[in-house]
Design a protein around this ligand. Structure first.
Ligand SMILES: [Zn+2]
Length: 319
């Protein structure tokens, strides 16, 4: 993959304060946007891929729909009263650190975390949360961000949200809405100049083939695999989207792990995220994987580059 240099002519004069009203603008010819529900999601899905593209000069922007205010504290060492008292502030600081580690830009889009409902029957979602917003209200800041940043490639969740958190499902819905509406001059009239993204991918991170490969490599090395039970019960992937694109990014697994650890309230350093040694991952599954869900450019599958079919046209236009 060739390096991409920053073309000052591509940079726009709009502000970069990072709040929901002033969207971040493009600074490089190739641009990748990752749409996530909560701070920490960017570090657990596609993080090594983003770090690799950012290192190669691609302008990478993470947009985070909610502030993660209703996340549980999943790391015992961080479960302290002063952290609970300002979880939103703590999570913003964690996000800032993770963003620095990954070498990407990031913008909160200003919605309120819906929380993960638990119990039987499930409790109702809290008033004013992201998942209860009407689609157009929920998609508006994302449409504005897409039109300002003008990404060729957008990464998002599939229709199940990757896992059934209401914010993740909503995140999928607004990503589809923004991908389809951003180029339409008759929609979202107050959200900037229309922009046609070229490709939309779904993250395909937690699929059976990958966990099977990790499991087999651990067994081969005489290590105790944490995945045996899970794999026995795992009949098939849902919704089972075809993996169209595998991006080699093993050199950035360490960066990914550091970014995950920056989310200290959410990630237990002794927990499942780190149950498989990095060298096993590098040997058994050195890619992050994606499903090409929409494309307006021609591309040959399988791909190993999210910008396949895009690079040549960018070079033509950019000269
Ligand atoms: Zn999440």
């Amino acid at each position: 993959m060739s390096a991409v240099t920053t073309d000052p002519a591509e940079a726009s004069a709009c502000t970069t304060t990072g709040d929901a009203e002033s969207a971040l603008c493009a600074t490089a010819p190739l641009r990748l946007m990752a749409v996530h529900a909560h701070p920490d999601d960017e570090s657990s899905k596609g993080a090594a891929t983003m770090a690799r593209y950012a290192k190669e000069g691609v302008d990478v922007l993470v947009v985070t729909l909610t502030g993660g205010e209703r996340g549980d504290i999943l790391n015992k060492a961080m479960d302290r009263p002063e952290i609970r008292a300002d979880l939103a502030g703590v999570r913003r600081a964690e996000m800032a650190r993770a963003r620095e580690i990954l070498g990407v830009r990031q913008q909160f889009l200003g919605f309120t975390d819906s929380g993960l409902p638990e119990g039987d029957p499930l409790p109702p979602l809290p008033d004013g949360c992201f998942a209860l917003e009407p689609l157009e209200t929920a998609a508006r800041p994302l449409v504005r961000a897409v039109r300002a940043f003008r990404p060729q490639v957008i990464l998002g969740y599939d229709e199940n949200g990757g896992y059934p958190h209401p914010d993740h499902v909503k995140c999928h819905q607004v990503t589809i809405e923004a991908f389809e509406a951003a180029a339409d001059p008759d929609r979202y009239l107050d959200c900037g100049e229309p922009w046609q993204p070229a490709k939309l991918y779904y993250f395909a991170t937690f699929h059976r083939a990958r966990f099977m490969a990790l499991h087999e490599e651990m067994v081969r090395r005489g290590l105790e695999s944490p995945y045996a039970e899970r794999l026995e019960e795992w009949v098939e992937d849902h919704p089972g989207h075809e993996i169209t694109t595998r991006v080699p990014c093993a050199d950035f697994f360490e960066v990914r792990d550091q970014a995950l650890l920056a989310h200290a309230t959410q990630i237990d350093p002794d927990g499942g995220w780190f149950a498989c040694p990095r060298e096993v991952q590098v040997a058994a599954w050195p890619t992050e994987d994606f499903h090409l869900a929409r494309s307006v450019v021609d591309t040959e599958k399988p791909e190993d580059d999210l910008f396949a079919g895009v690079r040549d046209s960018v070079r033509c236009i950019g000269g």
